[in-house]
Design a binder for this molecule. Structure first.
Ligand SMILES: [Zn+2]
Length: 297
């Protein structure tokens, strides 16, 4: 097959996709602005997604199938993490109508922005419309609340997770909880906060993360949550479902408020929380998990 043929093999009708696949394009943009990207490859673009979660790769692939049915998708390991990728110039052109760039790191950080690679005279990058060193990148404007929930779930699944840790004070122990979404890009970070606001989820920006705490955690669970079987990729709870950790955060908070659970009376609080998450992962009912926490096993 000649190169030319390879590119034309999966032509898409841009007008049709632009007008009829707005939701899918917006969701794809969310994947690319988090753990994915677009990079120039000769006369076409490579569109890729890199993440440890098999479930998320399946979602990404089905989204691509919907937009470019004939896409020749491939996968490889990139620094020990699975990457799914394919080429499409036309889809890339449509995506650039939504965001000037899909690069979420500063132009000068590794790997250096392609536009200034080997051109030190162009540093700081004058090719990208930069904001504090970052190329201009934006999430699509979304008014449909249901779509907004889906977009935020993609962002939370890829860049976010529940954070549950034990804080020891001299006289007592407390459990700290929050949901954190990592993002260093100045525009995207603000947009995530605004999108959460539209769903009445309070959050605050702390350096390179967006934090949801207190009452916001429950609203997040009810309106967004994490996709089923998306797992924690780091930390104490690595390998467990993000939703299980989220639920244990909510349950422990409820029980402490109702004075049914006293963290400082538990010998090994860490092990107990871990066990509670594990029970949840193994599809034990919420009642069983509550019982376990209240009765200490
Ligand atoms: Zn640049």
């Amino acid at each position: 097959m000649t190169q030319r043929k390879k590119w034309t093999a999966y032509r898409i009708n841009k007008d049709f996709v632009r007008n009829n696949k707005k939701r899918e394009l917006a969701k794809l943009a969310a994947f690319l602005l988090t753990d994915g990207g677009l990079s120039r490859d000769k006369r076409t673009y490579v569109i890729y997604f890199t993440n440890k979660s098999e479930v998320l790769h399946e979602v990404f692939e089905s989204l691509i199938r919907d937009l470019v049915p004939q896409a020749n998708m491939r996968s490889s390991m990139y620094k020990g993490v699975k990457r799914t990728y394919f080429n499409s110039l036309e889809l890339a052109e449509l995506l650039f109508e939504l965001s000037d760039s899909y690069r979420t790191a500063p132009c000068e950080s590794y790997p250096v922005c392609a536009k200034i690679r080997d051109k030190p005279e162009m540093i700081p990058c004058i090719k990208c419309n930069q904001i504090r060193g970052y190329p201009n990148a934006t999430y699509p404007e979304i008014s449909d609340l249901e779509l907004l929930e889906e977009i935020l779930q993609i962002i939370a699944d890829t860049e976010g997770g529940p954070v549950l840790f034990i804080h020891r004070y001299p006289k007592y122990i407390s459990i700290r909880r929050r949901i954190e979404i990592g993002c260093s890009h100045p525009i995207l970070k603000k947009q995530i906060k605004q999108m959460l606001e539209k769903l009445a989820i309070p959050s605050k920006i702390a350096k390179d993360t967006i934090r949801i705490e207190g009452k916001g955690i429950r609203i997040f669970r009810d309106k967004i949550g994490f996709r089923k079987n998306v797992k924690m990729s780091t930390g104490n709870f690595e390998g467990y479902n993000k939703n299980s950790v989220l639920e244990i955060m909510i349950i422990t908070n409820e029980l402490i408020t109702k004075k049914k659970f006293f963290p400082s009376k538990v010998d090994n609080l860490n092990a107990m929380l871990m066990k509670a998450v594990e029970l949840f992962d193994n599809t034990f009912s919420r009642e069983r998990v509550v019982e376990f926490l209240v009765n200490g096993g």
